[in-house]
Design a protein around this ligand. Structure first.
Ligand SMILES: Cc1cc2nc3c(=O)[nH]c(=O)nc-3n(C[C@H](O)[C@H](O)[C@H](O)COP(=O)(O)OP(=O)(O)OC[C@H]3O[C@@H](n4cnc5c(N)ncnc54)[C@H](O)[C@@H]3O)c2cc1C
Length: 386
C-alpha cells in the first residue's frame, strides 16, 4: 500500500499496527467463540487516542479529522472488523451527532467520555417495519411539561446493552419527520432484548432496545423537534466512509493471509503463487483494494476540507460509493481468500470470518440498493458530472 500520511498520522498508524498485533488479534477468539463484547479493547482504543480523532480539543480530542479516523479504522479492521465497527458506531452514530446538533451542555456532558472511550454510544433508529423507512416507524415521544415520554421498540441496535447512551428516534405529534433524544442506560424506561446471533461481527452487540414510558427531560432532545434526520445526516455520511475503510482493511488482511498461503502451498510440484491465474487473481485484488482506498481517502479529505455530502451532491455520490464499492470488493476478495485456501478455507474460522464480517457492510446503514438509488438520482439530476 502507498499512503501519503503526515508524520503525526504515521506515528499513530504504527501504534495501531502494534496494538492490533499484540492485543487485538490475540483477543479475536474470545470475540468469535465467546461472542464477547470487546470492552477492554475499546478502552485501549481510548488510551491510543482513537476516540478523540473527530472531536475538538475542548472536549479532550485531537480533531485530526475524518482522514485520520478512516486510517485508524482500516488498520483496526486488519485485526478485527468487529472492533472497528464497535468503535465507529459509538463515535459516528451517537457522539458525532451530539457534536453536530447538541447543545453546549450536551457536548460538555457526553463528549469527554466519548473521547476517552469510558463512555460508549449507540444509535437506535431501525424498527421492525424497516430501518430507513422513518415514516413507517411507530415509536412516539409525547411532551409532558418539561419532559418527554418515549415509547418505541428499536431493532438491531449496535452496542445494545454495552452502550452508556442511546440516541433514539421517535415521532412527535404524528409528524413523519422523527425527533432525536438521548437516553442513558440507567433510565428505568429502557430495557433490552436478547442479543442477536449473527452471521458475522461476533463480539459486536446487536439487539432490540425497548423504550417503555421512558422519560427524558427536554434538555435530552437532540436537535430540533422533527429534526432528528438533520441531526444525524452528516455523521451518518462519516460512518459510510468509515465502513468503506474498514472493508478495505479487512479485505487487505484477507488477501495478505491468502498470499502467504499461496507461497507455501505446494501443488503439482510448484507453489500456488507460481500459477499465473493465482498470481493474477492476487494482483487484481491488490489493485482493486488500492482503488478502493483512493476512493475512501479522497472522500474523507473532501469532507475534512469542509465539504458536506448533501443529498444529490457530487460528494454524496462519493460517500455512497464508499458504502457500495469497498463492501462489494470486500466480498470478492474475502471469497478469493477462502477459495485460495481450498478446503482449509472452508474449515478455518479465521479465514472465513473476514467474509462473514464484511457481509454486514452491504446491509447496515442502508443496503447497497438504497445507496445506488442515491447515486443514480445525483447522476441523473446533473448533481454529479460524469
Ligand atoms: C449487524 C447489524 C447492525 C445494525 N446496527 C444498527 C444500529 O446500530 N442502529 C440502527 O438503527 N439500525 C441498525 N441496523 C439496521 C440496518 O441499518 C438495516 O438492517 C439496514 O439499513 C437495512 O434495512 P432493513 O433491514 O430494514 O432492510 P429493508 O429496508 O427491508 O431492505 C431489505 C432489502 O430490500 C432491498 N432494498 C431496500 N431498499 C431498496 C431500494 N431502494 N431499491 C431496491 N432494493 C431495495 C435490499 O436488497 C435490502 O437488503 C443494523 C443491522 C445489522 C444487520
Amino acid at each position: 500500500m502507498l499512503h501519503q500520511y503526515t508524520q503525526e498520522q504515521e506515528i499513530l498508524r504504527e501504534s495501531i499496527v502494534e496494538f492490533v498485533r499484540d492485543e487485538v488479534l490475540p483477543a479475536v477468539p474470545q470475540m468469535e467463540e465467546g461472542n464477547e463484547f470487546p470492552l477492554a479493547l475499546m478502552r485501549r482504543c481510548g488510551d491510543l487516542g482513537l476516540g478523540g480523532l473527530l472531536f475538538p480539543e475542548q472536549y479532550g480530542g485531537t480533531d485530526m479529522g475524518l482522514s485520520t479516523f478512516v486510517m485508524a479504522l482500516e488498520e483496526l479492521a486488519r485485526g478485527s472488523q468487529t472492533l472497528a465497527l464497535t468503535l465507529d458506531a459509538s463515535l459516528t452514530l451517537c457522539f458525532l451527532p451530539i457534536l453536530h446538533a447538541g447543545t453546549e451542555e450536551q457536548k460538555a456532558k457526553y463528549l469527554p467520555g466519548a473521547v476517552t472511550m469510558e463512555s460508549i454510544g449507540a444509535m437506535a433508529v431501525g424498527e421492525a417495519t424497516g430501518t430507513m423507512n422513518f415514516a413507517a416507524h411507530s415509536g412516539t415521544a409525547v411532551r409532558d411539561g418539561d419532559e418527554w415520554v418515549i415509547n418505541a421498540t428499536k431493532v438491531m441496535t449496535t452496542n445494545s446493552q454495552a452502550a452508556d447512551v442511546y440516541l433514539v428516534f421517535a415521532h412527535v405529534d404524528g409528524n413523519p419527520a422523527p425527533t432525536a433524544f438521548l437516553v442513558e442506560k440507567d433510565n428505568p424506561g429502557l430495557s433490552f432484548g436478547e442479543l442477536e446471533r449473527k452471521l458475522g461481527w461476533h463480539g459486536s452487540n446487536t439487539g432490540t432496545t425497548i423504550y417503555e414510558n421512558c422519560r427524558v427531560s427536554d434538555a435530552d432532545r437532540l436537535g430540533e423537534i422533527h429534526g432528528g434526520f438533520e441531526a444525524v445526516l452528516v455523521p451518518i455520511f462519516h460512518s459510510c466512509v468509515g465502513i468503506g475503510a474498514m472493508c478495505n482493511g479487512n479485505a487487505a488482511a484477507a488477501l495478505d493471509q491468502a498470499l502467504e498461503y499461496t507461497k507455501v502451498r505446494n501443488i503439482g510440484g510448484k507453489n500456488l503463487i507460481e500459477y499465473q491465474t493465482v498470481a493474477q487473481d492476487i494482483a487484481r485484488a491488490a489493485m482493486e483494494i488500492e482503488v478502493s482506498r483512493a476512493l475512501v481517502e479522497k472522500t474523507a479529505k473532501l469532507i475534512d476540507e469542509g465539504g458536506v455530502p448533501l443529498p444529490g451532491s457530487a460528494l454524496a455520490v462519493l460517500t455512497s460509493a464508499c458504502k457500495v464499492y469497498p463492501p462489494e470488493l470486500g466480498s470478492r476478495v474475502c471469497d478469493l481468500a477462502i477459495q485460495l485456501h481450498g478446503g482449509v478455507g472452508y474449515l478455518t474460522n479465521d479465514i472465513h470470518r473476514r467474509w462473514r464480517d464484511n457481509r454486514a457492510c452491504l446491509i447496515g446503514e442502508g443496503p447497497t440498493a438504497l445507496h445506488m438509488d442515491w447515486i443514480s438520482a445525483a447522476v441523473a439530476s446533473g448533481g454529479y458530472r460524469l
